[in-house]
Design a binder for this molecule. Structure first.
Ligand SMILES: Cc1cc2nc3c(=O)[nH]c(=O)nc-3n(C[C@H](O)[C@H](O)[C@H](O)COP(=O)(O)OP(=O)(O)OC[C@H]3O[C@@H](n4cnc5c(N)ncnc54)[C@H](O)[C@@H]3O)c2cc1C
Length: 433
């Protein structure tokens, strides 16, 4: 078959890997100048590594990622370390990542941690996520984890991450987080961007044609009399016809690219809920936090922090990889029309830096060498009750046209591992279509 893929992110590249290995002709159209999609990075001239535009790490349980890294011969470049996640309580941050950390966390009384710990063990042992999607995380956690643990640990995370959707997110989302996460976190030598260069090089060397800087404008059914139904793709001022097409963009973009899809499918795409993300990155001339193993800071908005999480990246990947710069991310998930999403970059970096003295009272703005701000409209799918029924199938009603996005990896939360898995599973389906 002659196959087109829209997007050289994790989903598109892993689909290409298997489609090409099975002997099909594969062309990837990628609007950006590089592979990696949401996990792509950038590099300053004096840095050895790329830095992800949006903070990224892997978990040891990311088996599809590790399998692909093995297959393309770069498994030795996946690095696992155990930096700490910390939570806030009454003016200070305390580790909350490991079970021992959790026991010592002062924000929840010791006895109240028992139902919380038992709930976490139960969530790790069970696989019945379908039961969990019938109830909200708010209902389940407040009932089974107990009010103190819910209020101290779960509610700030739900409120911070999902805002006005916090009470509606289903429990399967929480189950997936507890079930699949490891205590060690992974990155790639050279950054995630380097991993995607390796994957893109691998598929290119084996005959996949990746066309960077080419934005697809529209996709439609093409009725060819000789070969049956096929799919046409318009890009720039060109047009080509393919036996099958896989689109890996956001659902909203898919509705614009393929407006001739039947109304029922389009309306399923339109009904999927998601949040945008905004991330400010600071290159500092010294570490921000006093503790050199604190990587991920949960920043409860209820305590007055202007964003959700602060990630001191160079307490995970070493500052030497970034020419001695110390890298700090401040991130938040917001509706795309939220006022902060529309602030100027300078206003965002100024606003978010107001939190730095609560991490380190000695912080001075003169420590900041350079800043960047990145925004994304489709950053965090929001799974509501019985969400499995809301997700449109990857085979669209247009014969030969497939659609696979972050919303399709449910019950898992978004992640490059699941995107790689999704690409492979859609590729299998395309080969039987
Ligand atoms: C803030 C944030 C933090 C995250 N943290 C993590 C993490 O810690 N670990 C982790 O594993 N995952 C993380 N993720 C999720 C991860 O980035 C995604 O799950 C994954 O990258 C999705 O890959 P994809 O290929 O499905 O989509 P995308 O990466 O979105 O790829 C789609 C591609 O399509 C291209 N495209 C779009 N429109 C067109 C067009 N018209 N024509 C041609 N090309 C087009 C885009 O340029 C893009 O390259 C995070 C995401 C965000 C936003």
């Amino acid at each position: 078959m002659n196959i087109a893929i829209v997007g050289a992110g994790a989903t598109g590249l892993s689909a290409a890997l298997d489609l090409r290995a099975a002997g099909h002709d594969v062309t990837i159209f990628e609007a950006s100048d590089r592979p990696g999609g949401l996990a792509a990075g950038f590099k300053e001239p004096h840095w050895d590594w790329h830095l992800e535009k949006f903070y990224h790490h892997w978990f040891q349980s990311d088996s599809d990622l590790l399998r692909i890294a093995d297959e393309i011969g770069v498994r030795d470049k996946v690095i696992f370390r155990s930096p700490r996640t910390v939570g806030y309580y009454k003016g200070a941050f305390y580790p909350v990542f490991s079970p021992v950390d959790a026991l010592l966390f002062p924000g929840v009384p010791l006895l109240a941690k028992v139902p919380w710990g038992l709930s976490a063990i139960y969530l790790r042992l069970t696989s019945n996520w379908r039961a969990f999607e019938q109830t909200t995380a708010h209902e389940w956690c407040s009932k089974w984890m107990g009010a103190p643990a819910y209020k101290g640990l779960v509610q700030p995370m739900l409120d911070g991450k999902f805002g006005s959707y916090a009470r509606q997110v289903n429990m399967a989302w929480m189950w997936a987080r507890v079930k699949a996460r490891s205590f060690s976190l992974g990155t790639f030598e050279g950054g995630f961007q380097q991993f995607f260069y390796e994957l893109a090089n691998h598929v290119t060397k084996r005959g996949t044609n990746i066309r960077y800087g080419v934005r697809v404008r529209s996709i439609a059914e093409e009725r060819a009399t000789d070969t049956g139904s096929r799919v046409s793709v318009e890009f720039g001022s060109d047009r080509a016809v393919f036996d099958q097409v896989l689109v890996t963009t956001s659902p909203a973009l898919m509705t614009q690219l393929a407006p001739t899809l039947p109304e029922a499918y389009l309306s399923k795409l339109n009904q999927l809920k998601s949040l945008g993300a905004i991330v400010a990155i600071y290159a500092l001339d010294r570490p921000l936090g006093v503790k050199r193993d604190y990587y991920w800071y949960n920043m409860p908005k209820i305590a007055g922090f202007p964003f959700l999480c602060l990630c001191e990246h160079t307490n995970f990947a070493k500052p030497e990889n970034f020419g001695g710069d110390h890298i700090v991310y401040c991130g938040d998930y917001l509706p795309v029309d939220h006022a902060t999403m529309n602030l100027s970059d300078a206003d965002v970096t100024q606003l978010y830096a107001t939190a730095f003295r609560r991490i380190n009272p000695d912080f001075e703005p003169t420590w900041i060498r350079k800043t960047w701000v990145f925004r994304e409209r489709y950053a965090q799918p929001v799974p509501l009750l019985n969400h499995s029924q809301n997700i449109p199938p990857t085979r669209t009603p247009i014969d030969g046209l497939h659609f696979a996005s972050m919303s399709h990896v449910y019950p898992w939360d978004r992640g490059t591992n699941y995107a790689l898995q999704l690409g492979r599973s859609v590729a299998r389906d395309m080969m039987t279509a």
